[in-house]
Structure formats: structure tokens, C-alpha cells
Design a binder for this molecule. Structure first.
Ligand code: ZN
Length: 606
């Protein structure tokens, strides 16, 4: 099948010049997971800085909220926003027991078997949209996705044989992994590379409340991924003589910033310690290795990060959960699963652990993965909490409007909450904005959350506040370690840049740009027409393209009605035509970047 497509493409490229059709380009998409824009400089990230100075640097960038990896991976992969892809968090409520993670109703989706389970349940394609890698493969491109487990597979998640798209991630050569194709296996052997990916080793150590986390970046594992890309995959593609698309997902600095042991219990240095800096350098050196492959003439290289990053706070003066004692949790701090514990307490209902076969939790226990089933029967929960980090998802499987109001009232009393977004199906609720305001209500196949809860954020005080953000996080990690997922500008502000024959040279672009735009832009670069099912889409970043026009943009703000206590959810956003870009949201005074625009570019209205 592939051979037929390839010969068809060769035919096209021969006929191309005579009809003056654009030559198909190669595209490399490099993701430095969790890299903050303010950390990109000639000193810390020379390869990235050089690429953006030669090509385009976007200065008004946007991760999609909830600012997590899997949601933003689906946006890059499809060009659609999260209301269409249904990837509302790294952990979502699926409304069916998912086999891979032990029949959990709230699976963590950074897993190859779990992605297979949800695809099987949701009509073979849980995202309900075609990905750029799938479409490119169908058009005869060679395609590969290499790197971090989860987001790497998203780019061609329905291809699980290993024979058409290349997929190399943490699970390669291990139980549950996607098999290596025959051609790639031969290449790896010839290059002397193992057929099994190394583990993260010391980098995977998160520590405890008494033991600091890792002091090592993810060097060894990523050296393997880089070697696979440069010594096996790119030579294979070159030998085929077809244009290619390569996605490289660097787990650093994300994994290291989460687990770092530089700052146990303390907000400073937080994610600005030496271990996090080593991780940033590691990601940049991976990019340098790819750049050194002599791709410049024919290849567009796009660099992004899925989201920014913040240091974790576990403080609350209002939380019932923080007033209780738990093993492994410092006294007075929020335990993992505090949102589920507080809601169950406030509603006077039972709390069950979806990740421990629905076990009932007593007063001295918090849920094992911070998720919760709340009600009388774990098989029929009244409320489900899918914990994610800097924001959580709350589902009401029965769609009970009165219960929705009680949950909102309980949440708005907590000092750790900053902004609530509620499904329009539950009716207008004072103090909240609808999910439609942030493009979370689209054509998704997975259940739509009832309420998205954003947590409080602030800065520790530095020249660029988005580089020293702090946020309350629902996580098993400790205060002083790292997290993201909130509506803080420190989390929504990601890194975006590009260089290559399709792009302008030496441009700093102040026009708002997002990860969904990258999906649309890459499709255009590859000449792919991908029919969409949903309508929540990004746009082609024409301002960055050699012959493209520069659109105008504007700033706007949306404010909810105040609730009984006077809380107002405020949403600061920008627009380019019909396309929206969300800067920050929450209760005034409780979200970094909401009251004063965090980046000067964002303050200009054109
Ligand atoms: Zn992360």
C-alpha cells in the first residue's frame, strides 16, 4: 500500500515544476515540553535562540487551557481546540471503566495502551478529527513521532502496527509499547542502537515530603531518542526519497521541572534551580543535534512548547482537607485530591477512589491519584473529580442543575479557586463563565466537564513574572516542585518559533499565536486538506510565512455576573478575526497576568 502511494507522490513531484505547483516540504516539529518563553535566550538555549533569530519568533504565544500536555498535543496534531478533540486534561472522565489503568473511570492518558482503550471505545478515534501525521502518511509522506510517552503517539494514535508511521517513545521495546517497524528495526540494529528505550532512571524520582526529588535532567533517555532520529529515522527517510514529517517531543524540561529536588517545601528557587536549568539545556542540545542534520534547504523546522510552567504551592486557609492529618503530607498543607476531599465534605457525600477499584476513603485518606468519585455508590457517582494539577475537571454524570449550583457555591468559598467555567447545559450560574467562552464545548466524543476549576496563581517577584509563577496544584508532587495547567499567564505563555524555506527571516511577530494554529499551519505547509468535524479551529499563521499577510488583532475581556460573595470570573483574551487567544482568567487578584498584562506585546491592540 505504501509503495503505491510513494510512486504516486514521485509522479506528482515530477509533474510539479511544469505546473508550477509548490514542492512538498519536509517538516520537523520540535516540542520542548513545559519550556517557558522567558527562558529562551542566547545564553540558556543557543540552538533555539539561533533558530528563532534566523527565522520567526512569536512573542504573543498561547498554550490552550487547560494548559496540559495531552490537550495541547491534540491541538497541534489536529489544528482543533479542546472542545473538539475532547482532550480536556491529561486525566479525563471517560464514563466507562478503562481496562489499561485497572478499570479506572478517570484514566491518565499519557500511555500507549490507555490511548488504545479510549480509541476502541470512542468509535476508533477518540479525538474525532484526523491528525496531520495520519493525513501526511496517506499522501505518501514518511512520518515519525519520537519522544515522550503519550503526546508522541497522539500524532498518529490510530496507527498501532509500527509499520506505517514510526513511533518511538518510553514504551518502545516494553510491555504495552507500539512495535517497531521492520525497516526501522533493521536501521537501529545497523546503527548499534538498542531496540528498547532506556527508562528515565534517576530523572523519574519525584521524592517525598521528606526526600527531595531528582537532581538529574532526562539526559540519557533523550540522547537515545535523538540518536534514533538522527542515525536511523532520518537516514531511512532520506533513502526512501520521499518528503517527511518528524515530530520530536522532548520531555525536558517538563519532567525535570516537575520532579526537581532543588526546592523541597520552598517557593524559591522553585523551578528556577540548577536542575531545571540543566533540563532546559538538555532540550536545546537535542534540537541542536536535529538542526545539525543538514535539513535547512528543504525543511521547515517549527519549535514550540506545549505550555509554560509554575512552582507548586500547597497552601490554603479555607480548605477542610488542609486542616486534616495525612501520612506523607506536611501539616497544614493541601493533600493530593484536596478538591475531591473538600467537595465530598461540603456536600456530605461519600468519597471513593476511582484508581483503587472504587474503594471508599476514610477521613484519614486521600485518593491515590487525586481523582475522586463522590456520592453513595462509586458505580453511579453524583460528582466526579478528574485531578490534573493547576486546574481540575468536575463532572456531573446526571447533569443535575441544583447540584451544579451547590458545587459552585462550595468551590467559590475556597481561597485556592480562581475562576470557574460551567457547561451551558447546567444553566447560567453567577460568578462563572460558560465553557463556550474558552472553546471547551464543541464536537468532542468524550464527556464534557460540568465545571472546570482554575486554581490560584501569583509570582514570587522577578523581572518577568511569567518565569517565576506559583500555583496551587492538585498533585502528588510537593510544594516547591513544578506544575502547570492553570489559567496563569505563566502557564498559557509558551514558546513558539519557526525557520525554513516557507518562513520569513528575522521576524519577531506580535500577532497572537497558539498551538492549534500550528496544526493548521503545518497542514498548509504540507499541502494537506483535512476536512474537520468540529468548528473550533486554529488559523494558518500567515504573518510568519514568506508570502503571507499580517492580520490585525485586538484585546478583549469577558466578566461574569458576581456570585453572592462578589466573586467574578474574568477572562482576558485576544482575537484575530474569529480566532480567540486566551491570556489569563480567574478572580481578580488571584491569577498571575490577569490584572496587569504580563507581556508588553499582549498589551498592544493593533
Ligand atoms: Zn507536565
Amino acid at each position: 500500500m505504501r509503495r503505491a502511494l510513494v510512486s504516486c507522490l514521485v509522479g506528482l513531484s515530477i509533474a510539479g515544476p511544469a505546473r508550477a505547483e509548490p514542492q512538498p516540504r519536509n517538516v520537523v516539529l520540535f516540542i520542548a515540553d513545559g519550556l517557558r518563553d522567558g527562558l529562551v535566550s542566547a545564553a540558556t538555549t543557543p540552538a533555539m535562540d539561533g533558530l528563532m533569530k534566523a527565522g520567526v519568533r512569536f512573542t504573543n504565544t498561547h498554550s490552550l487551557f487547560p494548559t496540559f500536555t495531552m490537550p495541547n498535543a491534540t491541538a497541534m496534531a489536529t489544528g482543533h481546540m479542546l472542545g473538539d478533540t475532547g482532550q480536556f486534561g491529561n486525566t479525563i472522565y471517560t464514563a466507562f471503566p478503562v481496562p489499561g489503568p485497572g478499570e479506572s473511570l478517570t484514566p491518565f492518558l499519557e500511555s500507549d495502551p490507555v490511548l488504545g482503550d479510549v480509541d476502541a471505545h470512542f468509535a476508533g478515534n477518540y479525538l474525532n478529527e484526523e491528525t496531520i501525521l495520519r493525513a501526511a502518511h496517506a499522501r505518501g509522506f514518511s512520518t515519525a513521532s519520537i519522544g515522550k510517552l503519550g503526546p508522541s503517539l497522539v500524532f498518529d494514535h490510530t496507527a498501532r502496527s509500527g509499520q506505517d508511521s514510526v513511533l518511538v517513545d518510553d514504551s518502545t521495546g516494553r510491555t504495552g509499547g507500539i512495535p517497531l517497524g521492520d525497516e526501522l528495526g533493521t536501521r537501529l540494529n545497523a546503527a548499534g542502537l538498542p531496540l528498547q528505550a532506556p527508562t528515565r532512571g534517576a530523572n523519574g524520582q519525584a521524592g517525598t515530603d521528606e526526600v527531595p526529588g531528582t537532581l538529574a535532567a532526562n539526559v540519557e533517555q533523550q540522547a537515545y531518542f535523538t540518536a534514533v532520529a538522527t542515525k536511523a529515522v532520518l537516514p531511512l527517510f532520506k533513502a526512501r526519497g520521499t518528503p517527511f514529517v518528524l515530530v520530536y517531543w522532548s520531555r525536558d524540561p517538563d519532567g525535570t521541572q516537575h520532579n526537581q529536588g532543588d526546592s523541597l517545601g520552598r517557593l524559591v528557587p522553585g523551578i528556577n534551580g540548577p536542575t531545571s536549568l540543566a533540563a532546559i539545556r538538555n532540550a536545546d542540545s537535542n534540537l541542536a543535534a536535529l538542526k545539525a542534520q543538514g535539513l535547512a534547504e528543504s525543511t521547515d523546522v517549527i519549535v514550540t512548547s506545549d505550555h509554560g510552567f509554575s512552582t507548586i504551592s500547597k497552601e490554603s486557609a479555607t480548605s477542610f482537607a488542609a486542616s486534616q492529618s495525612y501520612r506523607g503530607v506536611p501539616k497544614g498543607q493541601l493533600p493530593p485530591g484536596f478538591l475531591a476531599v473538600d467537595l465530598a465534605h461540603d456536600l456530605g457525600l461519600g468519597l471513593f477512589d476511582p484508581d483503587a477499584k472504587g474503594a471508599k476513603l476514610g477521613p484519614d485518606a486521600f485518593p491515590s491519584r487525586a481523582n475522586g468519585l463522590i456520592g453513595a455508590d462509586p458505580a453511579k457517582p453524583a460528582v466526579v473529580v478528574a485531578a490534573n494539577g493547576g486546574s481540575d475537571l468536575v463532572y456531573l454524570p446526571e447533569g443535575d442543575r441544583a447540584l451544579a449550583r451547590r458545587v459552585v457555591e462550595a468551590l467559590s468559598r475556597q481561597d485556592y479557586v480562581s475562576g470557574l467555567f460551567v457547561s451551558a447545559a447546567l444553566g447560567p450560574i453567577p460568578g462563572t463563565l460558560p465553557l463556550s467562552a474558552i472553546a471547551l464545548d464543541g464536537s468532542a466524543l468524550t464527556p464534557m466537564p460540568a465545571i472546570v476549576v482554575n486554581f490560584r496563581s501569583f509570582s514570587t517577584g522577578c523581572a518577568d513574572p511569567t518565569t517565576c509563577g506559583v500555583e496551587v496544584s492538585d498533585t502528588g508532587l510537593q510544594q516547591g516542585q513544578g506544575m502547570h495547567g492553570s489559567f496563569s499567564r505563566a502557564d498559557t505563555r509558551n514558546v513558539m518559533g519557526a525557520m525554513g524555506p516557507s518562513f520569513r527571516a528575522g521576524l519577531r511577530s506580535p500577532v497572537p499565536a497558539s498551538n492549534a494554529d500550528l496544526g493548521k499551519t503545518i497542514a498548509q505547509l504540507l499541502g494537506l486538506t483535512i476536512p474537520g468535524k468540529g468548528r473550533l479551529v486554529g488559523r494558518v499563521l500567515t504573518e510568519a510565512l514568506a508570502n503571507g499577510g499580517t492580520p490585525t488583532f485586538a484585546r478583549a475581556e469577558l466578566r461574569s455576573e458576581p456570585d453572592a460573595a462578589g466573586h467574578v470570573t474574568v477572562l482576558a483574551y485576544q482575537t484575530v478575526g474569529e480566532t480567540r487567544y486566551w491570556d489569563a482568567a480567574g478572580y481578580p487578584g488571584r491569577t498571575l497576568g490577569l490584572d496587569v498584562p504580563a507581556s508588553p506585546a499582549a498589551a498592544e491592540a493593533h
